[in-house]
Each structure stands twice: as structure tokens, then as C-alpha cells.
Design a protein around this ligand. Structure first.
Ligand code: PEP
Ligand code: MN
Length: 356
């Protein structure tokens, strides 16, 4: 099959659904049939080899589940995909006739593993989806695509599943949306699928993250769907029933990517206004840095260090205290103030450390 073309031809969002893990033929085939009958799968997914964090977790049924996946594909007429993490998985999945392969986040981090998979796939015509590495390293993600391309695999797609962090207050994996956006800048033709299941780790947050992905022009969604999520052998808290999946798909608001709507003069004007405000902002910032240089001269004459911590802490706190008035988040205010301060220090350093 040609995945890139199928994504282009499909109604948005392109859906890759099915259980986190294949548990039994009945589980996999029953849920696949239900999802397919609802029209909520373009591709069926099921994990067969599961890279789990802790050794006593369920690590997948292994190769005996491959025929179940193939059977689910036959029963529904849909292409099927599973995760491969090494050359043996790749060989077994190819032999079984899996239509699309995906490389998991824990494998994308390892260039040796990616290269060994690419070597097995040399000369094979099969689409491959690559999840982001667990750490937010854009080059590593791109490197995986390059290794596959060098092996002749050109039907590629990316899956954004978020990045590992220690104790995030909300998500299992933090989305860091800048990364898939930067990937799109670098590889504009590469389809990007969002995996809200692994980003959120919680089924009640799937809709909001799916909506965000649609608003950021992602091509599709990979959502783990299980006949009885609470009893799932892996990732129970993030899986939904086919009915739950239906609620997500039906509640998504799909907006047009096309700006040439009749409203575009309004948008043009608003953007024009914002651009002229940005002009003013930069004029003000530039003038502020001239003042920083004056401050630098004063400190030089009085032999004082650049940083007076107490003064700076007071400056930041007074701005943070106004976050309600400004209707700006404290995080944003801090980022802006830190950036302004760094640039100011750079200007003062130039003035103070001129040795001639
Ligand atoms: C999965 O999709 O089931 C999975 C294990 O994903 P990830 O590689 O993103 O952890
Ligand atoms: Mn999972």
C-alpha cells in the first residue's frame, strides 16, 4: 500500500486505531471489526512486541499474535500496522505480511537499532512510520528518516507521541508542539500523525490534545482503542472503547487549512495590525538596549558588577504581580523578562569589557 497517498486521499483526520497490545485473537478481531464498522480506522494498530519500562510489565504476546493481526486486516479489509524495535521484529513482520511498520519512541533514540532495521528493509516496498525519540531531539528524529530513505524506504510518516519528563503535572509525555512544527518546516512533505494516547496517558484528555493536533494541521491521529480499556494488559488508563473513540471523532472541530476564504481581508488586516505592533515592540526593545548600555557605562565608572540580584528579583516580581492586569501568563512574562535581561547583559558586557 502507499501510506502517504492514502493519508492525502483520506478525509481528515486519518485514523490509526486499535489496541495498545494484541491480547488474544478474540480481543483484537472483535475491537477491529467494531472500529471498522463505525468508520473509525484507516489503519488498524496493535502492539505485538511492547518495550515496557519495567521488566515485570506485559511485554506483548510476541510473534504468535502476528497471524491475529493479519486476520483482523482480512476481516475488516483494512491495512494493519505494528511496532518493530529490532531486526528480528522487522523480519517477522515482513514475513507475516504486515502492511505498515512503525518504529517506537524507545527505538528512534538508538541509531544502531534504526540502522539495523533499515538494513533489513533494504529493497522492500513497505511504508514506515517513525515515532519521535523519547527525548526532544529533532536531529535524531530526522536522522531516522534519513537512514530509512538511504535504504530506499520513501513512503514515510512521522508520529508525534510526546517526550519523557519527570513528573509532568498533566501529561504522561509532554507534547512540546514546537518539535513537530519544526519537523514540518524541515520536511514539509512528510505526513505527521499525532498520538494523543501516549501524550496524555489519560482518556479524558484525548479530545483536547486531538483537537490541538487538528488545529496545528496534523494529518492524522493514532488512538489506542480497546474493547474493555480498564482491563487492558497495557496502558489501561489511556485506552478508549470504540464508543469512546466515536465521541472523540464526532466532537473534533475540523477547520480549513486554506486561508483563501472570503474572510481573508479581515485576517490580512488583523495580521497587518499585529505586524505593526511587532515593529513598535522591536523599536522599543532597541531603545531599551541603548539605555542598558548607558547603565553599563555607569557601572563601569563605579566599578560595579553587571548583576545586582536583589534588584533584578524585584523587577521580575513586580512584573509577575501584574500578570492579571496584562492578561498574560506568568510563564510568558518570565520568558520575556529573562530574554530581555539576557540581551541587556550582553549589551552591558560589551560596554564594560571593552579593552582597548
Ligand atoms: C505504543 O504505541 O503502544 C507505544 C509503545 O508507543 P511509544 O513508542 O510511543 O511508547
Ligand atoms: Mn500503548
Amino acid at each position: 500500500m502507499n501510506l502517504t497517498q492514502a493519508i492525502k486521499d483520506a478525509k481528515r483526520p486519518f485514523l490509526i486505531t486499535g489496541p495498545c497490545s494484541a491480547e488474544s485473537p478474540e480481543q483484537l478481531i472483535s475491537v477491529s471489526k467494531e472500529i471498522a464498522a463505525n468508520g473509525h480506522a484507516n489503519v488498524l494498530r496493535a502492539g505485538i512486541w511492547k518495550p515496557r519500562t519495567r521488566p515485570d510489565s506485559f511485554e506483548g504476546m510476541g510473534a504468535i499474535a502476528l497471524p491475529w493481526l493479519i486476520e483482523a486486516g482480512k476481516e475488516t479489509g483494512l491495512p494493519v500496522t505494528t511496532e518493530i524495535a529490532n531486526r528480528h521484529h522487522a523480519e517477522l513482520a515482513l514475513k507475516a505480511g504486515v502492511d505498515i511498520l512503525w518504529i517506537g519512541a524507545r527505538t528512534t533514540v538508538n541509531p544502531f537499532a534504526i540502522q539495523e532495521i533499515a538494513d533489513v528493509l533494504k529493497g522492500v516496498n513497505i511504508p514506515v512510520m517513525v515515532k519521535n525519540p523519547v527525548n526532544p531531539d529533532l536531529e535524531l528524529w530526522i536522522g531516522a528518516f534519513e537512514r530509512l530513505e538511504k535504504a530506499g524506504i520513501t513512503d514515510l510518516a512521522a508520529i508525534h507521541r510526546g517526550f519523557s519528563v519527570y513528573k509532568h503535572p498533566k501529561y504522561r509525555n509532554v507534547p512540546t508542539w514546537e518539535l513537530p512544527i519544526a519537523l514540518r518546516e524541515r520536511l514539509p512533505d512528510l505526513p505527521i500523525i499525532c498520538d494523543p494516547s501516549h501524550i496524555t496517558g489519560r482518556r479524558d484528555l484525548l479530545l483536547e490534545v486531538s483537537q490541538k493536533a487538528m488545529d496545528l494541521n496534523f494529518d492524522g491521529l493514532m488512538i489506542e482503542t480497546h474493547p474493555n480499556p480498564d482491563k487492558a494488559w497495557s496502558d489501561a488508563s489511556q485506552q478508549v472503547t470504540p464508543e469512546g473513540l466515536k465521541a472523540i471523532v464526532n466532537n473534533l472541530i475540523l477547520r480549513s487549512k486554506d486561508l483563501n476564504s472570503p474572510d481573508s481581508p479581515i485576517l490580512d488586516e488583523l495580521r497587518h495590525k499585529m505586524a505593526s505592533m511587532d515593529d513598535k515592540l522591536f523599536d522599543i526593545l532597541s531603545a531599551r538596549m541603548h539605555i542598558s548600555e548607558e547603565v553599563g557605562k555607569f557601572k563601569l565608572e563605579h566599578n560595579t558588577t553587571i548583576l545586582q540580584q536583589e534588584y533584578w528579583t524585584a523587577v521580575i516580581n513586580s512584573r509577575l504581580g501584574k500578570s492579571n492586569d496584562y492578561q498574560l501568563s506568568e510563564r510568558f512574562i518570565r520568558q520575556i523578562m529573562d530574554a530581555v535581561h539576557q540581551e541587556s547583559i550582553r549589551h552591558q558586557t560589551r560596554v564594560m569589557n571593552k579593552r582597548d
